[in-house]
Design a binder for this molecule. Structure first.
Ligand code: GLV
Ligand code: MN
Ligand code: MN
Length: 412
């Protein structure tokens, strides 16, 4: 089978999709259910229809584009990723897996391949946690990891619920219908940029992901006492920001001393109320993201943070309220898919590395209901979630050809 990847088309499609953005180029900002996100989805749907795929959308906006196999009753072989982008992001995160999946299907069709299992491209809704605080909204619902009821209650920063936002975006049906039936997938494979420096450093074009690290995230609200920055003397203060600073440093310390380089912890948002230079912070909300390949180590950091909340609250006489957003277990890749990916790399003469994904992905949640694996391609300097994120046309094409070969093996 001769698999021809159209690099020029892929390059121009990546550029075209990047233009649906609320930030000036080269930055991409595409927050779920904004006008730009909806336009970008419509654009991708049209590309899928032009490729001869049958497109359907579920109640949360997960989009499925199917190439029906010769035995349509068999479980599906899935591929795909996301097109939403955090503020000030780049062009490749998620997009490579969506457009690469589409190009892989086009290449297989052009090569005259006839799948026995249907092959389906999936564009997940809201992999990024930007709007609703929780990542992988679409795949959590598909896998039943998040209930429809819990999803409905999620709100954005303006207090608007998922339910209202999705209905305004024109999505109909009930969230209860999003969960996939048992046995839906035979396998799911996601192509993605590495979002780390290893492949580039080792000069290896592909990474076969064998496990995905376990993420946990929470919002912590610290309530102290506000007041005049001149009038309230230091011994009288209950400064919420100073208390939050202690929590942030305790978290950093816990991650640094976990005993493994795989432990990471980040506070990426700190909201200060009322936020005036001459006003003592009365309330602070921080967002905390903790990850590890080991659940035991990850949870030890979580407990250290909880302990810091208790001791800081007592010491500084402030109220500290942690609110859990998610606490997810890691995933192991399906051995048969890993074997197929390795075989496809070998067949096309590509070196590859076995890898761990430290970022989370929708595949983490699909792994709860199906065997999954991921294929990584290098990104320059390991940069991701920033406007200068870059993957080369060669690497994208090589990832796409290996993805196509793997889908063919799985769908035969
Ligand atoms: C996904 O974008 C992550 O934060 O790992
Ligand atoms: Mn991302
Ligand atoms: Mn991603």
């Amino acid at each position: 089978m001769k698999l021809a990847i159209d690099r020029e088309r892929m390059g121009s499609e990546i550029e075209a999709l990047a233009a649906f953005s609320d930030a000036d180029a080269p930055a991409v900002t595409r927050i779920v259910f904004t006008a730009k996100d909806m336009e970008a989805r419509a654009w991708v749907r049209t590309r899928c229809e032009e490729a001869g795929l049958e497109v359907r959308q579920d109640a949360i906006g997960n989009t499925f584009a199917r190439w029906t196999g010769s035995d349509a009753a068999l479980p599906v072989v899935g591929t795909g990723s996301h097109i939403d982008a955090i503020p000030n992001a780049g062009k490749y995160d998620g997009v490579v897996g969506v457009l690469g999946g589409l190009e892989a299907i086009r290449a297989l069709r052009k090569a005259g391949f006839c799948p026995r299992h249907s092959i389906e491209l999936l564009i997940f809704t809201s992999e990024e946690p930007t709007r609703f605080g929780i990542g992988c909204l679409g795949s959590r619902l598909l896998s039943g990891t998040l209930s429809a009821d819990a999803a409905r209650k999620l709100t954005d920063n303006d207090g608007v619920s998922v339910e209202d936002v999705r209905r305004k975006a024109g999505l109909t049906g009930e969230l209860e219908q999003v969960k996939l039936p048992a046995g839906y997938y035979k396998a799911f494979v996601e192509l993605h940029i590495e979002q780390g420096p290893i492949l580039e450093r080792e000069q290896v074009p592909l990474g076969v992901v064998e496990r995905i690290a376990a993420p946990a995230s929470l919002r912590v609200t610290v309530e102290g006492a506000g007041g005049h920055a001149g009038g309230v003397l230091m011994p009288e203060r209950k400064d919420a920001l100073c208390a939050a600073a202690e929590l942030i440093l305790a978290l950093e310390q816990a991650a640094q001393t976990s005993g493994a380089i795989d432990t990471v912890a980040t506070v990426g948002i700190c909201e200060v109320f009322p936020g005036a230079v001459n006003s003592i912070p009365a309330r602070v909300r921080i967002s905390v993201d903790i990850r590890d390949t080991s659940l035991v180590r990850r949870d030890a950091v979580v407990r250290a943070l909880e302990e810091a909340c208790r001791s800081t609250s007592e010491k500084r006489q402030v109220t500290i309220h942690p609110e859990w957003l998610n606490s997810d277990a890691p995933a192991e890749s399906g051995p048969a898919i890993v074997a197929a990916l390795r075989q496809a790399c070998e067949k096309h003469g590509f070196k590859f590395l076995p890898m761990t994904s430290r970022a989370y992905h929708d595949s983490l949640f699909i792994s709860r209901i199906a065997p999954v694996a991921m294929l990584f391609i290098p990104c320059r300097h390991g940069y991701s979630h920033r406007p200068d994120e870059y993957a080369s046309p060669d690497d994208i094409a090589w990832g796409t050809v290996v993805l196509a070969e793997t889908l063919a093996m799985l769908a035969e």
